[in-house]
Design a protein around this ligand. Structure first.
Ligand SMILES: [Zn+2]
Length: 92
């Protein structure tokens, strides 16, 4: 596991300050049906390689982050504020 994560608000901080919160998955529509919601809530892939995850800077700024991490080497490739990343992704 990467020992240092560069938080966009706090800078380089030790990994122990963060809590991993799970994969970044597209949320189903509210009327998507039981199977789509069961998959979204309970089923997870076990990917090898580059993977996007939500992390919480629990002992720092307490912001939610989107981290792109290699699940083999545990190297962090990118780290963005989740709220700001959502705004950026929504723009054309
Ligand atoms: Zn932070």
């Amino acid at each position: 596991m990467a020992s240092i994560i560069s938080c966009p608000h706090c800078g380089a901080r030790p990994r122990e300050e963060f809590t991993i919160q799970g994969a970044v998955l597209p949320r189903p529509a509210s009327d998507a049906g039981t199977k789509a919601w069961m998959d979204y809530v309970y089923l997870r892939d076990n990917p090898r390689g580059c993977h996007r995850e939500y992390w919480h800077h629990t002992s720092g700024c307490r912001r939610w982050l989107v981290i792109t991490r290699d699940t083999v080497s545990h190297e962090v490739e990118t780290c963005h504020d989740a709220a700001l990343a959502k705004e950026t992704e929504a723009r054309p």
